[in-house]
Design a protein around this ligand. Structure first.
Ligand code: 7GP
Length: 831
């Protein structure tokens, strides 16, 4: 660990409290206490899990102390508070991160060593909360880390899924999904708050009545009632006293029994109703596209949003301020459209339940919310079929209609002769059966709209949300994503982190721009040596992990060429494979060729219903099977699929990479964040001008980035000009050979049918322009190989990459959100 404030040195002498003390001795005592009093065990018979739990409770006690003080400080000072509304969070394992935040990694290691225990073995035991699919959920977790570290008052609101993202097994080369039982051993990091719970109503109908003052009131005669109970997880800032709150909602039955049913003697029926309520927070939907039309998904969204807003209103009531000032207390961020029903729900709560008039409520609502868009893929833009929406949320539909009526009336004044534009802007898509367009609701109902990289924000304003950009150009902002250097460098790559601290001091951990100080060392041979040494250690560790898991022997000295992210056609794992097959063909034809040894690693899950993505996984494994046992390869080419890619695995993958594959079709990856994590760990990027790659290349310098392929505008033009992939296939012998080998069944034990759907798509439509980019990609990979042959040159490039990654810290991203969107300031918590 980088040398930072370690407890043993800073705590004054004298007896320490066993629940707050930070010295090795106190930690050891607390650990043994917890082993005994929480787990009911003594060291000789304790299991891995007992040790993990005992240590986690030891750390949790220390967090709670700061947590309570943070809440007290916020209560006294009543600061504006960020509420991050997100259906997904992918925090990764908690224990190591909390040790790091508290500055007690070394003390804990020492405490355990005294008992003959190894901290890393205990850390390895943690089952991570997989409460997200990929980039969007991980971004939310990085943001929570940075909010706490920057001492910003913040609450993350979401859903406590009982089953998170599925576990991935590979059987016969195919992905097989098994259920994620992350709560099986209990979760020491959460505190259940039975007292913080809210009723959530759905269905039924509305009644419009005039009250005794002649005011029109709406009564919602709901059909069903659930209850959401808060589960709180502390989120500790790094090197500060702040501990913020991640509050996830679990669905329960509003009453333990349905008494009308019970009275009729149907005990089992009454219990079944309870079970049905709990299904709302049972499982995370595994697609990273929208699951349009899924009633349960809409219920999940409304459920967590309603609980969160009711919670915000409860907190607000304690300030004694008038409700029309709600927005002065809270800045609520909509993490994509999943929580967007919040716009209608806040209106409902303010108008129907709290009696505000519409205009006042609308003013508060618009100033509360802001919307982040994470994708341009049309299939991922959420729209709810109107009949479903009306059935589940009849009152909200009325509110959406009213919002839309007022909005479109304004727009008709602005565009009197343009009904087509009015139809495009409308929150309601009139195509039968009609839909509610959630991105439109978010755009109308908030004060800011942001994309997650410069290119993505530009495309958002010129394509998907162009009509909104025309009316409100100032509402659009760019907020390029960032990643936390704590988890993804300090925790994941302690060797490199130590080297950086030695060279620069430890200021970079909270001010990543300071990495720039490395530039002067880029050509220093001694520093380069140590740099390579640090990289080699992580590569050997990953190799060992994979050997232990799958029996794959891979050579740490080879070039580790890694693509790790969700499997999707637009991310083009199969373009990477076309390169692998091309290398394979070259080596088959010239077995003595002098090529540097390469290990190509893939990791990632495919949505269970996405057949083509699953076929790509099968193809990766099929190619691996043939390539890895072909003696002609002589260990110069290896292909490995790393199963069950999650945050924990990612932390061992990023530090081991030499080459980072960021090869999506230009214009399709909103930002990417893996690209930043790889680069921050000293991998060089081969990539297209897509998402944040554009800015990464700008930052590290074009000479230190392997660029290839069409840019976003060229991609559009290529498609418009009548793209014919087959002609490219015919023209390029290497491409043809690679495609033919796959099509002919070489990787399928002779079965020419297996990969036919994939090949047919490439030769027929090739929506993601693989063939258009193939030649540029393969040639660029040759340049990669050339650079790799020259270790001094490669290492220099790697050092410069890390030196110039400062702006991709999520601390920078969060500081921008605070300044430009949320208008919030730090509230320091004193120690
Ligand atoms: C992802 C984007 O695909 C990725 O490019 C970006 O870096 C990340 O969000 C964070 O902004 N999108 C999702 O994960 C997702 O689920 C559907 O998008 C709404």
């Amino acid at each position: 660990m980088p040398a930072r404030k370690q407890s043993s040195g800073t705590v004054p002498p004298g007896p320490e409290h066993t629940r707050t003390g930070l010295s090795a001795e106190t930690l050891r005592q607390a650990f043994l206490d917890n082993l005994f009093y929480i787990q009911g065990r003594f060291p000789e018979i304790a299991t891995d899990d007992d040790r993990y739990q005992a240590l986690s409770y030891t750390v949790r006690d220390r967090l709670l102390h700061r947590w309570v003080r943070t809440i007290q400080a916020y209560k006294e000072r009543d600061p504006r508070t960020v509420c991050y509304l997100s259906a997904e969070y992918l925090p990764g394992p908690h224990l190591a991160n909390n040790l790091l935040s508290l500055g007690i990694v070394d003390a804990t290691r020492e405490a355990l060593r005294g008992l003959g225990l190894d901290l890393d073995a205990i850390l390895d035991h943690e089952e991570e909360p997989g409460l997200g699919n990929g980039g969007l959920g991980r971004l939310a977790a990085c943001f929570m880390d940075s909010l706490a570290t920057l001492e910003i008052p913040a609450i993350g609101y979401g859903i406590r899924y009982e089953y998170g993202i599925f576990d991935q097994k590979i059987q016969d080369g195919w992905q097989v999904e098994t259920s994620d039982t992350w709560l099986h051993y209990g979760n020491p990091w959460e505190v259940r708050r039975p007292g913080i719970c809210y009723d959530v109503r759905i269905g039924g109908r509305t009644e419009h009545v005039t009250d005794e003052h002649g005011r029109l009131r709406v009564h919602w005669r709901h059909a069903d009632l659930f209850r959401g109970v808060a589960y709180d997880t502390p989120v500790a800032g790094y090197g500060v006293e702040t501990v913020n709150l991640l509050r996830l909602w679990r669905a329960e039955a509003a009453e333990d029994f349905d008494f009308t049913v019970f009275n009729q003697g149907d005990y089992v029926g009454a219990v079944m109703r309870k079970v049905r309520s709990e299904t709302i927070s049972k499982v995370l939907y595994p697609n990273d596209e929208a699951d349009s039309g899924k009633r349960l998904r809409l219920l999940q969204q409304y459920f967590f949003v309603s609980c969160s807003l009711q919670d915000m209103l409860r907190i607000f009531a304690t300030t004694g301020r008038p409700l029309a000032e709600f927005h002065a207390k809270f800045a609520a961020q909509l993490n994509d459209t999943h929580p967007t029903i919040a716009v209608a729900e806040l209106m409902r709560l303010l108008v129907d339940e709290h009696g505000l008039d519409w205009d006042e409520a609308w003013q508060a609502t618009r100033h509360t919310f802001a919307y982040t868009n994470h994708t341009l893929l049309p299939e991922a833009l959420e729209k709810w079929p109107l009949p479903l929406f009306a059935d589940v949320l009849p009152r909200h539909l009325e509110i959406v209609y009213e919002i839309n009526r007022r909005f479109l009336d304004d727009m008709r004044l602005r565009y009197p002769d343009d009904p087509a534009r009015i139809a495009r802007l409308s929150i309601i898509d009139e195509t039968p059966p009609k839909y509610v367009r959630m991105a439109h609701l978010a755009s109308v109902g908030g004060h800011a709209i942001n994309g997650v990289a410069a290119l993505h924000t530009r495309l958002l304003g010129t394509t998907v949300l162009k009509d909104f950009h025309d009316i409100w150009p100032d509402k659009f902002q760019n907020k390029t994503n960032g990643v936390t250097p704590r988890r993804f460098l300090m925790l994941a790559n302690p060797g490199l982190a130590d080297l950086l601290t030695e060279a620069l001091g430890d200021g970079w951990t909270r001010d990543l721009e300071r990495l720039r100080g490395l530039e002067g060392l880029a050509d220093d041979p001694a520093f380069q040596d140590r740099w390579r040494q640090a990289k080699l250690i992580r590569k050997a560790a990953l190799a060992e992990r994979l050997r232990a898991g799958q029996g794959n022997a891979i050579d740490p000295a080879s070039l580790f060429d890694i693509q790790a992210k969700r499997i999707h056609e637009y991310k083009r794992q199969h373009l990477n494979l076309l390169h692998v097959v091309t290398l394979y063909n070259r080596l088959k034809h010239a077995p003595d060729a002098d090529v540097p040894a390469r290990t190509v690693l893939f990791g990632g899950k495919a949505a269970p219903g996405y057949a083509m993505a699953k076929l790509i996984i099968k193809l990766i494994n099929a190619v691996a099977e043939v390539v890895n046992r072909d003696p002609d390869m002589r260990d110069r080419l290896k292909v490995v699929f790393v199963p069950d890619y999650n945050v924990k695995v990612a932390q061992s993958v990023y530090p081991a990479a030499d080459l980072s594959e960021q090869i999506s079709t230009a214009g399709m990856e909103a930002s990417g964040t893996g690209n930043m994590k790889f680069s921050l760990n000293g991998a060089l990027t081969i990539g297209t001008l897509d998402g944040a790659n554009v800015e990464i290349r700008e930052a590290v310098g074009p000479d230190n980035f392997f660029l290839f392929g069409l840019d976003a505008d060229e991609a559009v033009r290529t498609r418009a000009a009548g793209y014919r992939p087959y002609a490219l296939y015919e023209r390029d012998p290497e491409l043809r050979a690679a495609v033919d080998l796959i099509a002919g069944g070489h990787f399928a034990h002779g079965d020419a049918g297996l990969f036919r759907p994939l090949v047919d798509h490439l030769l027929g439509r090739d929506d993601y322009l693989l063939l258009a980019d193939y030649r540029a990609y393969v040639d660029c990979q040759d340049r990669v190989a050339d650079a790799w042959r020259d270790p001094a040159r490669w290492t220099r490039m790697a050092i410069l990459n890390v030196a110039r990654m400062g702006r991709f810290s999520s601390d920078r991203a969060i500081a921008e959100y605070c300044r430009d969107i949320w208008n919030v300031a730090p509230a320091r918590v004193d120690g």
